[in-house]
Ligand binder design. Structure first.
Ligand code: KG4
Ligand code: ZN
Length: 361
């Protein structure tokens, strides 16, 4: 089975074609076209929704043709069309969703509307074929959450950020350091030669029993350190700030994952439907590309005797392959959607959140 997936919820226009791999639980990526709009938004220091929507319209049909060419097929050779229907920026979602529906209708193919967060959470199954249940850490520009993934459509949010998303914190600190947008990759680069112990920054939520995150206090602490450094911090100052900030984020993430695993086990013990210890930790979202975070989680999981699945950075940040794969998994379970499926700018993963639900969707 071959699925074409379309992603337009933020500032990446992406189209991919993914095929089920027989004899292996994962999938094969036949085409994976991503066109980043970063250059168009950089001047504004963040994503401008109107610019994003227009840019998606301009390139999406070309990307679809390119993906079909890469996969050496045509639309007749595709079995299912999937598109991200949210959460994200409404203008962009409408472009991808409408295009996906139109393609499905014109070619007479089934259509699957995909939750972008679900796609991040399932990517480790595409790449590594990991079995349910597992714990997913989704860390991107708009989301930071820990999710118990017990099956396709069986997601329970164990914790999420009470304020800024991890990527948002990286981007805001990047701005304070006069780094180009997005701040994440630039901070990682700068931090590589910095002293992570020079500034004693807070580790919000450390040791709490819940698995929530809070990152805005850390960002404020960075701003105060920079104010103390005066008008013109030196390159060394900036490197040390970046390294100290990144080290604080790493500590928070590892601690929150530890708390998430504890909650995962408690949930399993208290409700029969949620039984089973996690088969691993998987990471998804653009911040998942960060080497320091990946190394720390690799170490943590090795010590905990837990499998750690970190898809390559290109599959952590927004891409079409994850949408195609989630579409494939849903379609196999008979979960195709009607063509009147509406865009969902807000679409929490656990549509029916239980007592553990806090924070933003
Ligand atoms: O998942 P993504 O591509 O888009 C969404 O937000 O959905 O994530 C983008 C975010 C940005 O905030 C960016 O700064 C961050 O991921 N990011 C990183 C790194 N690469 C991207 N943050 C830290 N370290 C990185 N290497
Ligand atoms: Zn994303």
């Amino acid at each position: 089975m071959r699925v074409l997936g379309i992603e337009t919820t933020c500032d990446e226009t992406a189209v991919a074609i993914v095929e089920e791999r027989l004899g292996f639980d994962g999938g094969e990526i036949l085409a994976n076209e991503v066109m980043s709009q970063i250059a168009r938004h950089a001047a504004y220091g963040g994503v401008v929704p109107e610019i994003a929507a227009r840019a998606h319209i301009e390139v999406l049909d070309r990307l679809i043709l390119r993906a079909l060419r890469d996969a050496r097929t045509d639309i007749a050779g595709v079995d299912v069309i999937a598109a991200a229907a949210g959460p994200g920026l409404i203008g962009g979602i409408l472009v991808g969703l409408t295009t996906g529906k139109a393609l499905a209708m014109a070619a007479g193919k089934p259509f699957v509307a995909v939750n972008h967060l679900e796609a991040h959470a399932l990517t480790a199954r595409l790449t590594d074929g990991i079995d349910f249940p597992y714990l997913a850490l989704i860390v991107s520009g708009g989301h930071t959450q820990l999710v118990a993934v017990r099956g396709v459509g069986a997601y329970q949010r164990l914790g999420s950020t009470l304020d800024d998303a991890a990527g948002e914190a990286f981007d805001k600190v990047g701005k304070m350091l006069d780094l180009p947008y997005p701040g994440g990759p630039a901070i990682e680069k700068l931090a590589a030669d910095g002293d992570p112990r020079r500034f004693d920054l807070p580790r919000p939520m450390l040791g709490r029993a819940n698995a929530d995150f809070s990152l805005s206090g850390l960002k404020t602490a960075v701003r105060q350190e920079l104010l103390r450094l005066g008008e013109e911090p030196s390159e060394t100052d900036k490197r040390d700030v970046a390294a100290s900030f990144q080290a604080a984020v790493v500590d928070v993430i590892v601690d929150r994952v530890r708390a998430g695993l504890r909650l995962f086990a408690e949930q399993g013990a208290s409700s029969p439907g949620a039984a089973g210890s996690p088969r691993g930790l998987v990471i998804g979202g653009g911040v998942g590309a960060n080497g320091a975070i990946r190394r720390a989680l690799t170490r943590f999981c090795a010590e905990a005797g837990l499998r750690f699945v970190a898809p390559v950075p290109e599959l952590c940040s927004d891409n079409g392959a994850m949408i195609a794969w989630a579409g494939l998994e849903r379609f196999k379970l008979g979960l195709a959607d009607n063509l009147d499926f509406a865009a969902r700018p807000r679409w929490p993963l656990d549509a029916n959140p239980g007592v553990l639900h806090h924070g933003k969707a």
